[in-house]
Ligand binder design. Sequence first.
Ligand SMILES: [Zn+2]
Length: 268
Amino acid sequence: MATRGRTPEGRCEVARLLPRPTCGGAPSPPLTSVFPTHFQPNAILKTFLPSKNDGMSQHQKSLYLKLILGLPIPALFQNSPICPCGQQNDGLGCHRIHCRQNAGKAFKPAHEVVVQALKRKHPRTGFRTVDNDNELRANHAHLTSKKRGDLATFSNSDFRFYDSISRLPRPEAIADVKMVSLVNSQGTWTPARSRHKDKIENPGLVQQEQIKINKHAAFYSPIGYAFFSFVVSCFGSFGPTAVRCLFSLADLKLLQHGSFLLDRALTQ
Ligand SMILES: [Zn+2]
């Protein structure tokens, strides 16, 4: 390096390699109007939105986020508080969740999406499943009423389902999926017992689980099945049993993966 600085070419090269001095008058880096935000407290909301092009439109996404965040939703028809179905509309969109001319139609497809998602999770951990209604009716229904759940699952391993009626571990279980809205058409979040019918209106997640258990568990236990209810709200929350089910499947998958790695290490 000492010899390089003796010639003009060498001095140029040394100057290029040396750090450039800056003085106090150096210009500040330019500011832009857009700053990346690394912390997004509401980022979980994105996980509920479809990522494919056939998903929601911008307008639908806007309505969905307003509903989740409890913000006012524009009326379907300006200057009219009445929904096309004839009932009073509300500013927060609670009626539209239930209205059969609006989002109320989505409950059945949403139920099917959850059943299919649950079905897809099971074979990955070594369970066989049946969701065909004819097969469920013929082979996996209540003996007398022929009522049935949404999904029959069969364990091919040591994994067992807990039957809360007989308190026995079972290799076979029936799952029943239920979608709940958690808020009624009038915007009330609390459940209430119906005056005219012997049932709970607008049940919460735990209450809906119990309703399903009352309907199915005592009928399935005598014929050898455990029963569990998988409750999901249209705001994206899960019932406690649904959460435990997903944790159990994830735990089982991890155990299987650990066993696979151990086997591979031992055979190599
Ligand atoms: Zn309506």
